[in-house]
Design a binder for this molecule. Sequence first.
Ligand SMILES: Cc1cc2nc3c(=O)[nH]c(=O)nc-3n(C[C@H](O)[C@H](O)[C@H](O)COP(=O)(O)O)c2cc1C
Length: 377
Amino acid sequence: MSILEIDDLKKMARRRVPKMFFDYADSGAWTEGTYRANEEDFHKIKLRQRVLVDMSNRSLETTMIGEKVSMPVALAPTGMTGMQHPDGEILAAQAAEEFGVPFTLSTMSICSIEDVAERTTKPFWFQLYVLRDKDFVFNLIDRAKAAKCSALVLTLDLQLLGQRHKDLRNGLSAPPKFTPKHVWQVATRPRWAVGMLGTPRRTFRNIVGHAKGVGDLASLSSWTTEQFDPHLSWKDVEWIKERWGGKLILKGINDVDDAKMALSTGADAIIVSNHGGRQLDGAPSSISMVEPIADAVGDRIEVHMDGGIRSGQDVLKALCLGARGTYIGRPFLYGLGALGKPGVTKALEIIRKELDMTLALCGKRLITDAGKDMLHR
Ligand SMILES: Cc1cc2nc3c(=O)[nH]c(=O)nc-3n(C[C@H](O)[C@H](O)[C@H](O)COP(=O)(O)O)c2cc1C
């Protein structure tokens, strides 16, 4: 099968990843309206076709929070990535490193901060969920520092876990439970199952053995449901920033007022995001919020965005509307589920090619020149 677009990787991942984990990636909250809108709203934005301009010597290079990137597309933090493919976080981090784009490790990863640090050579970014157990949070921040992570991505939009019907219906858990349904889902994906048997990384390794009272799997599920902190406030950003002491990115801002609040925190960047439509169903798509937010904050803070990017064209549209950088979640997960590390590389290559060609056909040579003048308005 030739793999030409992200959707090809999605189809392949569906065949190779046990249903409960494929569905975990391909799901949004409640009606999935915001999940769908994230993708659909990109199609409403039209590009200006320009001709007879010099399209040679093009470059997609730029920076995100001062770090050089080969294109402005980072890998978004995604939980349980090591269940899409054995050792998933390590493989995705390696693919990103070789490609020259940032990788963000989730708090809820299967491979731990240390697992990824030991198997990569350049700094990656770490995403933090603020949990009730503050000693554990302090410790996570310190571990990310010790692993030389170069940015902390603080997620703000998951004080409560959004309800995703598919996960409840599937009885999702990591590692999978041993009910007949789950055994069947795994048994019908033998390549995945054999790979999983070959790795010790099958649970939330940032947490197990590090958080108080979580020494085994039986206690983990109750721990995670109790641990997300509904008290989180703007004040918490202060102590987190102080304890971290490095580059800070605030993730999950989807409203102009919140973006303005973020300015006073001294963070280096915000990510316009609705968690890929997994939290507040009914919220506007992230792409529809990029322009109002970028206009409101100006150049006082870097604006990044994620949600619904399925092609290089989508990346370009986000940049034209004011984002300096973007992130992909599902596109790299599909690549990983389909083919492991080469699949993540493939997802990045597809996006790079589409981005580069679209830039050229819009009459520009440098990605840093992307602007509203490239769009029909
Ligand atoms: C399977 C999955 C797990 C996710 N887990 C996390 C997470 O642990 N932390 C976080 O900040 N965001 C998480 N997200 C949200 C992503 O970081 C990102 O905002 C979203 O995937 C972007 O949308 P896209 O998948 O359409 O690219 C997750 C998304 C998916 C699809």
